[in-house]
Design a protein around this ligand. Structure first.
Ligand code: NDP
Length: 333
């Protein structure tokens, strides 16, 4: 079926993969009018789990699902691929140094980027979910020099959605009431969830918080001491409460990232390859407020950045620079 969209999911036998596949096949990502063809890439020890998920997909008899192929060969996985969701990554093992983690992931995302460059369709778009997502995306993009760099993105939509969730609670609002929130920097604890441009039902969030909490100083204290750390450390909170990592919310965010990139959106957050916007060094994969008209995410430019915001952005960008320099020191990226 040539009209179907080919979607490649790496690490498809893992937990996030299991939460992603059924929603994609049901049409939640591309809509009820776009048939999908799934390619599942796994390492050899993950193949059986991916095969099991494929059996269950068959048993759902989703009308939009045209074909499923499972492989451990990147070239086969990315052949003719339109949308790549890079989920599988090497987790940090006990006693593993950051340089070891970056090197192990370079060994995954470099070859996958090269295979995307060699085999993917002309309109390929890539989102990296596996951590360290920003630097993994940079490695993949660098390994595919013939693919325009703006096709490579990394997921910060989960951070964005987490920030919306915290604000709906604090402001007694619905998710759709909140607009213009931004996640800046790295998908890590240094990220900066920024409400300075955000509005709730058209009113600046900072004013709504000040009114509720008894003044601007109280609102800023809540942002610094409660909101920002809670969003940045939400992954650890989920692990503590649930006893295992966030899976369904991560898969949901990946679906929304691709959906909005394809269908268009006026404002969300995503990590994209910097072309120097807001002073972020060119080539870094950094989270920004972005929009899409259906042909890829573009950074929303021209926002006024306060000194408080600048300091937080700079420290997260410094971490991205350090990650990039660490992979370069290994002769990669
Ligand atoms: P998960 O499916 O739970 O997670 C996959 C990746 O997503 C991890 O790198 C994880 O990072 C990351 N992630 C990003 N955001 C989040 C979030 N909010 N919450 C949780 N995780 C997040 O891992 P599994 O171990 O269940 O599955 C991974 C699969 O990938 C395995 O089946 C493995 O075989 C496969 N794999 C495939 C490769 C390939 O195709 N070449 C290479 C390596 C692995 P973090 O670790 O920081 O939580």
């Amino acid at each position: 079926d040539t009209s179907a969209t080919t979607i490649t999911i790496t690490g498809a036998g893992g937990q996030i993969g299991y939460a992603l596949l059924f929603r994609i096949a049901a049409g939640d990502m591309l809509g009820a009018d776009r048939p999908v063809r799934l390619r599942l890439l796994e390492i050899p020890q993950g193949l059986r789990a991916a095969e099991g998920a494929a059996l269950e997909l068959q048993d759902c008899a989703f009308p939009l699902l045209r074909h499923i192929e499972i492989t451990d060969d990147p070239l086969t996985a990315f052949e003719g691929c339109n949308i790549a969701m890079l989920v599988g990554a090497r987790p940090r093992g006990p006693g593993m140094e950051r340089a070891d983690l970056l090197a192990a992931n370079a060994g995954i995302f470099g070859p996958q980027g090269a295979a995307i460059g060699a085999a993917a369709a002309e309109d390929i778009r890539v989102v990296v979910v596996g951590n360290p997502a920003n630097t993994n995306a940079l490695l993949a993009a660098d390994s595919a020099p013939d693919v325009p760099a703006d096709r490579f993105t990394a997921l910060t939509r989960l951070d964005h959605n987490r920030a919306v969730g915290q604000l709906t609670d604090a402001l007694d609002a619905a998710p759709d009431d909140i607009d213009r929130l931004a996640i800046w920097g790295n998908h890590s604890a240094t990220q900066f969830p920024d409400v300075s441009h955000a509005v709730v039902r058209g009113e600046p969030v900072i004013e709504a918080l000040s009114a509720r909490l008894g003044g601007l100083a109280a609102a800023e204290a809540w942002l610094d001491e409660s909101f920002i750390p809670r969003v940045a450390k939400r992954g650890a909170e989920i692990i503590e409460v649930r006893g295992s990592s966030s899976v369904a919310s991560a898969a949901n965010a990946a679906i929304e990232h691709v959906r909005d990139e394809q269908a268009g959106t006026a404002w969300t957050s995503a990590a994209v390859v910097s072309t120097g916007e807001y002073g972020v060094p060119e080539g870094l994969v950094c989270s920004f407020p972005v929009r899409s008209e259906g042909s890829g995410y573009r950074v929303i430019e021209g926002l006024a950045i306060s000194e408080r915001s600048r300091a937080r952005m700079d420290s997260s960008v410094a971490e991205l620079v350090a990650e990039r320099d660490a992979v370069r020191a290994l002769g990669l990226g």
